[in-house]
Design a protein around this ligand. Sequence first.
Ligand code: WQD
Length: 339
Amino acid sequence: MRVLLAGGAGYIGAHTAVSLLEAGHDVALLDNLDNTSAVVEQRIAQITGKTAPLVIGDAADDEVVERAFAEHGPFDAVIHFAAHKAVGESTQKPLDYYANNLDSTFALLRVGLAHGIRSFVFSSTGTVYSDPADLPFTEDATRDLVELSNPYSKTKLMNEVVLRDVQAVNPEVSITSLRYFNPVGAHASGLIGEDPQGTPNNLMPFVARVAVGRLERIGVFGDDYDTPDGTGQRDYIHVVDLAEGHVAALEKAQPGFTAYNLGTGTPVSVLELIASFERAIGRELPKEFLPRRPGDLAATYCDPAKAERELGWKARLTIDDMTRDVWRWQQQNPGGYEG
Ligand code: WQD
């Protein structure tokens, strides 16, 4: 298939581009580079020996999307990664998040459907689930917009509502919403990985920067949760497993709207992740216990059985694979893509 990846130069997009190219598909990237680097295009070529041409521009602009189709189409499918994704930032900049995360979907759908794409894959999130009583989350778990704690998660749920209604009037098209849990890790080559701008909000990149000496110590947000070791549990999934999940979703797509959880189903705590990273580097890391972070859940993890049943996909890599691969990426790119 020929696939356009909107946001394709980003962390998950780049890994998905590699997996698609290695599976024999053709790929083009569309990215405004506001949270990544153009270096990614050559890194993908280094890994795969194939090119994924990059169109630089905003996926929310119909003319930019038309240019991508004109220069590198026709496309059979679009995968839409292009969104702002920081929960905390979204509470400070709600209008930016609603505008960007919805307008990009509208533009990609308008242009993609006009050009006859057969499949649209949407980057969604496990943070659309609103009731911890439903754990482990299946795809039918409660998703109550009013109960969601931040605009980012609300934009993702709103997108799913739009996608369901648009698919209903395009019955021959397949629209798949992939609900990611906590993507971490990096390609084994160490050539692509997560490169957050500024100080990372998320645990894994923060730990990696403490390990490489860019940050002083890890702050553990709360050790009084109702979990086995008192620290927050999450369903961390290796970004390469996540990328393979996108390939499976595209190759197995059927007409209709379908959602899949992409996670391991295994909760891992903050202290367990740190211990895994310490095993990867062979030394202890400085840490301190801090108060809980507002809005954090004690635990969130999924039941990944539907993706295994319907897509034949299951996450294979462990938390030790994730921390080992992050450490290699961090060591080889101490200053990220821009050095
Ligand atoms: C993980 C755990 C924290 C930082 C993120 C995104 C969200 C979604 C899923 C895309 C929690 C603890 C963290 C730190 C800590 N991604 N923590 N010290 O909050 O689950 O959600 O991934 O959809 O958009 O925000 O991930 O990595 O921030 O936190 O103790 O310095 O680590 O309390 O228990 P989170 P996270």
